[in-house]
Design a protein around this ligand. Sequence first.
Ligand code: SAM
Length: 214
Amino acid sequence: MSDAWTRRRERMVRTQIEARGVRDPNVLAALAAVPRHAFVPEAVRSLAYDDCPLPIGGGQTISQPYMVALMTEALGVGPGDRVLEVGTGSGYQAAILAEMGCRVHTVERDPALAEAAAQRLARLGYGQVSVHQGDGTLGWPDAAPYRGVVVTAGGPRVPGPLRDQLDPGGATLVMPVGGRGLQELLGVTRRGSRFSTEKLGGCRFVPLVGEEGW
Ligand code: SAM
């Protein structure tokens, strides 16, 4: 029996994600499976499946569902791939990647958010996600290289350490780059020592704060 949350989630996938052109069946299935309402504060729970970012405390946000889907599809990762996320926030993006079968490392600079996300992910059955507290602009070298790196905060440039931690055998980084308020979503693909960059559209993310950020 599908409950009201499940029906809202299915509607979200249909009207906000598929309707805007996201096609990867793995991404769509993950968005339909992960209980987004469990990743947002009680006060905004009724808005969990709306077409917008939501506050999660500490001045931070959980990204708009479509943006999560777009960035995940652009990563091009699948089951068994090791993926790094910078900016754990609520843990929702990490759960989407885990639901797709990826081995996820996620780094959050805010200790309270990192702790809450680790507990939430474990409670929801995503205990295989490794949550680290620290400056994600330096990546997480201990588990490198990664087939995918997704940065969910906006920085002035792509941090060198994140490029270095991409798998030379073929990997993609997706990150908002630009000003503090408005950025361009970039997809950077690595093959060997060659890097190519693609522009994926405009976006608005909270600032990436750190040694290689703002
Ligand atoms: N991906 C998150 C989710 O699914 O809920 C949303 C991320 S929120 C838009 C951006 C996050 O990046 C914030 O939690 C912020 O604290 C974090 N952040 C900013 N700079 C960071 C850094 N240098 N290293 C790690 N996390 C950082």
